[in-house]
Design a protein around this ligand. Sequence first.
Ligand code: PEP
Ligand code: MG
Length: 569
Amino acid sequence: MSRLIKGLGVSEGLGHGNLLIVKPDVTPVESFIENMEEEISKLETALSTGLFELEHIYNSKLETLGQDKAQIFQAHMMILQDPEWIKSIKTLIEEKKVSAEYAVHLSAEETAEMFENMDNEYFRERAHDIRDVARRIIRLVRGEEASDLGSANPGTIVAAIDLTPSDTAQLNAKNIIGIITAIGGKTSHSAIIARTMGIPAVMGIGKDNFDSLITKSEVIVNGFKGEIILEPNQAQIDQTQIEIKRIEEEKESLKALIGSPSLTATGRQIELAANIASPNDLKRVLENDADGIGLFRSEFLFMDRNSAPSEDEQYESYKIVLEKMDGKPVIIRTMDIGGDKEVPYLNMPEEMNPFLGYRAIRYCLNEPDVFKTQIRALLRAGVHGNLKIMLPMISNVKEIRDTKAIIETVKKDLASEKISFDDHVPLGIMIEIPAAAIASDILAKEVDFFSIGTNDLIQYTVAVDRMNESIADLYTAYHPAVLRLIQMSIKNGHEAGIWVGMCGSVAGDLNLMPVLLGMGLDEFSMSPANLLKARRRAKEINETEIKVDLDRILSLSTAEEVEFEIKKL
Ligand code: PEP
Ligand code: MG
C-alpha cells in the first residue's frame, strides 16, 4: 500500500526511484563474547576490507577532486593500519572478552579523548579522524553495507537523518535523483546543496517517518509539494512520470532565453545571478546563463577537510570562478562559519545558540590571521575578473570599519611584497540581521552594496530557528515585518546611492518577484536551476504598477493574506 509522508519541499522537482538509506550510527554497547578467535577474525576481515574501501575512495577522490580533498582518506588509511591501535583493540578482546565492535569503540574513544585534550591544534583535530575510522570498522564488523553515495546506482533517492558535508561532497547528481532527510529546514546546508545541484529534496519528515522508510524500497519525492510517497501505486507512478516529462519539456523551452538580457516588462535591466558553494557549481551557472555570481559561500572551501585551505588554494578557487565568469560580477562572501556550518578543526566552542553566537564576521575579526589569509587570496584573485567582497552577519558599523582596516593592512603587505592585487575591490555587506536592516541608512554610508540574506533575516526577525522543522510554518518571508525590513533596506541603500541585491532563498521565490521589483531590488541571486524561470517571470512584471500597490500589500495583516494577494500580481 502506498503511503504519503509530509515534509518540507526544499528543492523543487520530482524524482521516482529506489531508496538508499544512510543509516544513523548506533554506538556499540558493552557485550561479552565466548569465542575470542571468531571476534579477532571478524576484526581482521573488517580491517582489510576497510583498507580496501579507503584505497578505493582515495583513488577516486584524487582523480575527481585532487590531492587536497583526497588526503583525508590517506590519513584514515594510516590510522587504520596503526599497529599500536590494532594491538590495543585485540588486547581488549582477549583480556576483557568484549565484542570486536565494542573493543574498537572503546579503544578509539580512549585515543580520541587523549588527542582532544592536547594543546596542539593539529593533534586535537586527529580525534575526529580516529572516530571516523572507528565508525567504518564497526560497520564492517557488524557486516553492514556502506551507504556509498559516490557510487550509487542511477535512479537513487538518498534518505538520511541529515546529510553531513562529507555526505553531500560525495553526491553524484547524475545518479541521485532525490533527497529525503529527517531533520533540517529550507536553509540548512544540505538544502542549499540540493538546490544548487538541482536535486529534488524533501526535508524535515521527522525521525519516526524516517524509521518507517527503512523497510521500503521504492519512493517518489515531490520537492514542489514537500511530499514523499512510499511504495507508490501504478497510477501515482504514471502521474509522476507525466509530470517529470512536462518539467523536462519546460526546461527545454526555457533554453530559448539563454543569451537574452534580464529585463522587466518596462525594460528595466536587473541582474539575475547565481549562488554557488564551490567552483564545481560553475557548470550549472554557465548552463543557466547567470548574469553573475551573487553569492559564493566561501566557507564551503573550509568544510569537509582536516585543516584550513592555504592562501594559494583559496586563490586558485577564487581565480577559477572569476576567470570562468569572464568579466561578469562575482561576489565572494568571506567565510560564514558557525550556525549549522561546522568546521571541526577550527575548534569553535559548543554554544547554546550557535545561530546567535560566535560565527561569520565575529569569528573572522577575532582570528585576524585566518581572516587575513582569506583577504590576501581574494585581493590577489581580484586581478582575474570582476570581484566584489561581501561580509556576512554584519550587525554594526564597527565590524565594517575593522574589516576595512584589515583590508588596508593586507594591501600594504601585498604591495611591499610586490605581489599583484586588485586595489579597488568593492566591499558590500549582507543585510541578514534585523539590526542591520533597521540601521541600513547608517551602514549604507560605509559600503558599496547590500545583499539581503533572507534565510537569516527571517529567522532573526520572527525568532524561528531556520533548522527547526516543527515551527517551519512560522518561518516565512510573507510576514509583514520581514517585508517591511526588506523594503527599508532597499530604500535606505538607494538613498545612499548604492545598489541592493538579495541572495537568500526568497530571491528565487517567483511569487514575491513583483513585490521585490516594486521595491526596486536591483539584483536577485538564486540557485542556478531557477535562473531562466526568473528571467521569464521578470519580463511579465511592470514594476511601476506594483510600486503604487506596495503600501496596500505591506499593510495586510497576516502572512496568509500577503501570500493570497501577491499570487494575483
Ligand atoms: C542568508 O542568510 O540569507 C544567506 C544567503 O546566507 P546563508 O544561507 O549562507 O546563511
Ligand atoms: Mg546567512
